[in-house]
Design a protein around this ligand. Structure first.
Ligand code: APR
Length: 241
């Protein structure tokens, strides 16, 4: 990757309110397969086939097996320089917020604190009937896990396809995006409507927008700059404060 244009660096230097939106691409360099890449399948299933409530109702054990396999990958993975750069940005800007679509827990492990995990966290579970929720440790558990309060089945605390986002969480993100002067969009294909809508909120409100991706995405045409490269490499070049 060659040196970045001075105009882009100046936008980063002068920014005060920054929002970053990340997707699976930032964790690819930690060894976590992206959703829509060539390693995004498990057995013959695509993420879309398993990450929905209907599939869970039909076969909770199958869906839990998929999550257990993914939890194991996430547990073994380490945050990479891209996650670390984003965590560091919190101390470089007066306001910095991270909105991630990733559930792999690598951003919190890298030290990010101002974070919205839009689609949940793979290490958390909640009851399908009552309000019970908890964090999953590293111990294995019988499948499907059962709620200690009401004996119903526990499910991964993940926002699945077809499920509604928490309106309060979205409102909070929208406020931050509307006042952002710099938007970083990192490693997402832009195939999921709500994260794309969130990015557009900031773009339409006048934030200078930089996309970092190995390939083009549905957002590439809408941003001020598309930086083609790996998230970890490019993010380190953008740390110019
Ligand atoms: N650096 C930068 N970008 C990368 C890298 C990398 N090292 N590796 C891959 N990418 C890019 C790919 O080019 C692709 O555009 O990351 C993107 C990954 O896209 P997806 O697999 O579609 O993941 P994402 O956009 O996060 O998916 C969104 O869809 O399945 C649901 O809920 C799930 O949160 C997920 C959502």
């Amino acid at each position: 990757m060659q040196a970045l244009d001075e105009n882009i660096l100046e936008k980063c230097r002068s920014a005060k309110r920054v929002v970053a939106i990340t997707g699976a691409g930032i964790s690819a360099e930690s060894g976590i397969p992206t959703f829509r890449g060539k390693n995004g399948y498990w057995k013959s299933y695509r993420a879309e086939d398993l990450a929905n409530f209907e599939s869970f109702q039909k076969n909770p054990i199958l869906v839990w097996e998929w999550y257990q396999m993914r939890m194991e990958i996430c547990r073994k993975a380490e945050p990479n320089p891209g996650h670390l750069a984003i965590a560091k940005m919190e101390s470089l800007y007066p306001e910095f917020h991270l909105i991630t679509q990733n559930v792999d827990n690598l951003h919190p492990r890298a030290g990010s604190k101002n974070i919205t995990e839009l689609h949940g966290n793979i290490f958390t579970t909640r009851c399908t009937k009552c309000t019970y929720n908890s964090t999953l440790g590293s111990d294995s558990f019988p499948l499907p896990p059962i709620c200690p309060n009401c004996n119903s089945i526990l499910r991964p605390n993940i926002l699945w396809f077809g499920e509604s986002y928490d309106i309060k969480v979205l409102d909070d993100c929208i406020q931050k995006l509307r006042s952002a002067d710099l938007l970083l969009i990192i490693g997402t294909s832009g195939q999921v409507t709500v994260p794309v809508y969130l990015a557009e909120e900031a773009i339409q409100s006048g934030a200078y927008s930089i996309e970092i991706n190995l390939d083009r995405s549905t957002l590439s045409k809408k941003v001020n700059v598309h930086l083609q490269g790996s998230a970890s490499e490019v993010l380190q070049l953008l740390m110019v404060k």
